[in-house]
Design a protein around this ligand. Sequence first.
Ligand SMILES: *Cc1c(COP(=O)(O)O)cnc(C)c1O
Length: 426
Amino acid sequence: MSDYRIETKCIQSGWHPGNGESRVLPIYQSTTFKYGSTEEMGRLFDLEEEGYFYTRLQNPTNDAVAAKIADLEGGVAGILTSSGQAATFYAVFNICEAGDHVICTSAIYGGTLNLLGVTLKKLGIQCTFVDADASEEELEKAFLPNTKAVFAESISNPALVVLDIEKFARLAHRHGVPLLVDNTFATPVNCRPFEWGADIVTHSTTKYMDGHAVQVGGAIVDSGNFDWEAHREKFPGLTTPDESYHGIVYTQKFGKKAYITKITSQLQRDLGAVPSPMNSFLLNLGLESLPLRVERHCYNAGKAAEFLNSHPKVASVNYAGLPGDKYHELAKKYMPKGTCGVISFELKGGREPAVRFMDGLKMAAIVTHVADARTSVLHPASHTHRQLNDEQLKAAGISPGMIRLSVGIEHIEDIIADLSQALEQA
Ligand SMILES: *Cc1c(COP(=O)(O)O)cnc(C)c1O
C-alpha cells in the first residue's frame, strides 16, 4: 500500500476484502466475537495470537480505519479513540506516569491546555508550556531530568502558529524523548510530521478527516522510529515486564508496534475510550474525499483571507497561506500544498464589533466546531477558551477580539458575500 499517493491511499487503504466479501468497509456493530474452544480464546487474552474478542480492545471496522490513517501518515501502527481528547490523553499517558514531566507549546487547542496543564497535574504529571517560536537555547531550559515527551500542534488551533517540526524533533531527541505532534488542522494531506522527525502523531478525527461534523473521534499513529530500548530507563512501561499481562515486555514482543500495542492492551482495556464502529464507518467515508475537500478548503480560505486582509474594518488576519504572514515561510516548508481552512482575524475595535459581526452572519453559523464542510465562526475568548484568564489567553495566542473563521467548501463568492454583509453591520 505504502507506494500509493495520498489520494489513492485515502480510498484504497485499510479495508482489503477477500473473495465474496463486502467491497465497502462493513460496520461490525458487535461487542463480541465467537470462538470454538476455550484454548483459542485464551491465546488471544495472552496476546499470543491476534484476533478479535471484545470491541473495547479491538474491532475490525475500527482497525481498518486506524490502518488507513496510519498509512496516510506513513506510520507502522495506529489506533482510533472515541475523541481527540482521548487520543491526546493516551498518547501522553502511555509513556508518562506520576512524577514525570512533559513539555508542550503554549499556542495549543484549549482542551489540550486544560488536559496537560490541569488534569494531568492531578495525576502527578507536570507540564511546562513553552513558546513555539522561542530559540533552541531558550527551549533547552524547559527540559528536566524527568521529561518524557514533547507535545505540539503542526498548525495550532486557533492561533494558527505553524510548528518548526525539525527544531522540536532535534530538541526532543537530544534529550532522549519523543516528539508528539497533533496534526489535526494540517491533516496528512498537507503535512506529514514523520517526514520531519516527529515520532508520534495524534488527531482529532472530528475535524477535517470526518469533514461532515457527524462523529467525534481521535487517532494515534506511531512512526515506529523512536528507539524506546535506547532510553529504556525513561520508559519502563514499554521496556520492563507488564505484570497485568503475565510479564510481557512490549518492546521485546512487539518491536516497532510496542507503543500502539500498549495503548490497545492497557489503556483501552482499563480506560475504554473506544469509538463506536458506526462512527468509524462514517469517519472512513470522510477520509475517502479528504484530499479533494482539503484542497478546496485551502483555496477558499486563501481567497477569504485576502478579502479580509484588504477590508477597512479588519485590523489583522492570521493565515499562514497569506504571503507576509508570520508563519508563511514555515508553512511553505512543512505544508507546501496548503495549510488549512481556518483563519483567525481581528476587527478594529476588538470584542464588541466582533460580536456584532458574528451575529450579523447569515450563512456562516456560530458553532463550537471547526473544519467541516460548512463555513462557521467562533469567538474563542467567549467559547472554547472561556476558562482562561487574559494572561493565559495571550500565551495561547488569543486576543479578546479574535474571531476564528472556519472556511467551508461552499462557493467562495457566497462565503465572501456573507462576510461582506456582516462586516457592514459590525
Ligand atoms: C478539536 C481538537 C482536539 C480535541 O478533539 P475532540 O475530538 O474534540 O476531542 C484536539 N486537538 C485539536 C487541534 C483540535 O482541533
